[in-house]
Design a protein around this ligand. Structure first.
Ligand code: PGA
Length: 258
């Protein structure tokens, strides 16, 4: 395993928070926190609600912050009331998109197959994808964590080439740790991120496995980030709650740059 071959990515997932004006305020606050600090040790991404994308992309210009959406539809266009296509996201300058977040799986009927379709459409349009996988508490207690994240990863990536995989980040997010304040221990996070990397090795070979960024997500915060990011298989974080507070998000970025 060669960690030097992959980049650390610290991504915020704002979920359904911040109106456009509040979003610009938060980006400006993050920019102020980052001014004069070392940031080139990681990629910084803010994934924001659809209506915040245009103002946030504008506000983030000239800063190290890249901007992402939180979901994307799998069809190119058509009768899908309320949905947003990958081309729409690209045209306004969106660089990243989250696919398969557990809240979408839980509340909006997302399945491994629709996750795969969304990921395929996003990559085809030129977006970088943050693919979320993770087990529920019940699955962990039944001892099927490895099987669960392996199946989610394999199905999501079906039909994706090694070249396309270069635009995929995988976020390991145990469902029981999201928004609960219960973080996986650094060893638990490292173990499952390593299992996911092993799946990539089996599908695409060692060099793809060495190159792919595997993040941890689930109650990562300013206090626990350094320990989590210190683990060899944890290449960054997907951060919900703590990404909404500029000083906390900046502290996590600082931990990735230490
Ligand atoms: P959390 O959310 O950091 O608030 O637990 C993480 C996520 O859902 O991506």
């Amino acid at each position: 395993m060669n960690r030097a071959l992959r980049k650390t990515v610290i991504a915020g997932n704002w979920k359904m928070n911040k109106t456009p004006s509040e979003a610009v305020e938060l980006i400006n606050a993050i920019k102020a926190e980052l001014a004069g600090k070392k940031t080139d040790g990681c990629e910084i991404v803010a994934c924001v609600p659809y209506v915040d994308l245009v103002p946030v992309i504008e506000a983030a210009k000239g800063s190290p912050i890249k901007v992402g959406a939180e979901n994307v539809h799998f069809a190119a266009s058509g009768a899908y009331t309320g949905e947003i296509s990958a081309a729409m996201l690209c045209e306004i300058g969106t660089e990243y998109v989250i696919v398969g977040h557990s809240e979408r799986r839980q509340y909006f009927g997302e399945t491994d197959n629709t996750v795969s379709a969304r990921l395929t459409a996003a990559l085809a349009a030129g977006l970088k994808v943050i693919l979320c996988v993770g087990e529920t508490l019940e699955q962990r207690e039944l001892g099927v964590t490895a099987e669960t994240v392996s199946a989610q990863t394999k199905i999501a990536l079906s039909g994706i080439t090694a070249e396309q995989l270069k635009n995929v980040i995988i976020a390991y997010e145990p469902v029981w740790a999201i928004g609960t304040g219960k973080t996986a221990t650094a060893d638990q996070a490292d173990e499952v991120c390593g299992i996911i990397r092993g799946v990539i090795a089996s599908l695409y070979g060692e060099s793809s496995a060495d190159g792919i960024t595997v993040q941890y997500g689930g109650s990562m915060n300013a206090k626990n980030a350094a320990e989590l990011l210190g683990k060899p298989n944890v290449d960054g974080g997907l951060i919900g709650g703590a990404s909404l507070k500029a000083p906390d998000f900046a502290a996590i970025i600082a931990a990735a740059n230490a």
